[in-house]
Design a protein around this ligand. Structure first.
Ligand SMILES: *[C@@H]1O[C@H](CO)[C@@H](O)[C@H](O)[C@H]1NC(C)=O
Length: 160
C-alpha cells in the first residue's frame, strides 16, 4: 500500500512549507490567537493546516471579531500579495444553504456582502460551499472550496 505513505509524506511537506506570514494577534474577547497565512491553498487544505497547529479556520462570531481581524489586516501588509481574501471557517458543505462554523457551531452573526451567498450567481446551486473574508470589503463571500487563486487563510488557536 503506497498511498498512506505518500499521504503522510505530503502532509509533512505541507506542514513544513506552509509559510507563517506574520504576527498572531490575541482576541480581546476570547483567549484565541489568530494566525495569518498567505499560502494559496484550498479551504480543506487550509483547515488541515490549522488543525496541525492546534486550531481551526477562524470563527468570526461577531462584528467586534470581524473588525479586530480586518483592522490587523489593514494595518499590516498581511495579504499584500493576495487580491481576493482569506478563507474562514464558515461553510455549507454538510447541508446546502445551512452555513456553520468548522467547529459545528451555528452563530447568529453573519457578515455577507451584498447579494451573498450567491453560489456563483446561482449558476451552480451547490457549487460554492466555503466562505472567504474579502480584503476589499471586509465582508463575506461564498466561494468554491477548491479555489486557490488569490486566497490566503486565517487560523484561530486557543491560547488556554
Ligand atoms: C479594512 O479595510 C477594508 C477595505 O478598505 C474596509 O472596508 C474596512 O472597513 C477596514 N476595516 C477596519 C476595521 O479597518
Amino acid at each position: 500500500m503506497k498511498y498512506p505513505i505518500v499521504a503522510f509524506l505530503l502532509s509533512l511537506f505541507f506542514v513544513a512549507t506552509c509559510a507563517y506570514v506574520e504576527h498572531s494577534i490575541i482576541s480581546h474577547t476570547t483567549p484565541v490567537e489568530y494566525h495569518f497565512f498567505e499560502d494559496e491553498i484550498t479551504w480543506s487544505e487550509a483547515q488541515t493546516h490549522c488543525k496541525s497547529i492546534g486550531g481551526d479556520l477562524v470563527r468570526i462570531y461577531d462584528q467586534t471579531t470581524n473588525d479586530l481581524i480586518m483592522a490587523h489586516i489593514n494595518a499590516s501588509d498581511i495579504g499584500a500579495n493576495i487580491d481576493s481574501g482569506f478563507w474562514i471557517g464558515y461553510n455549507d458543505q454538510r447541508v446546502e444553504g445551512t452555513f456553520e462554523w468548522v467547529s459545528g457551531f451555528v452563530c447568529p452573526y453573519e457578515n455577507w456582502g451584498p447579494g451573498e451567498p450567491n453560489n456563483n450567481d446561482n449558476l451552480d446551486p451547490s457549487g460554492q460551499d466555503c466562505v472567504q473574508l474579502r480584503k476589499d470589503t471586509a465582508q463575506w463571500d461564498d466561494e468554491y472550496c477548491g479555489e486557490i487563486r488569490d486566497k490566503a487563510f486565517i487560523c484561530e488557536v486557543e491560547v488556554c
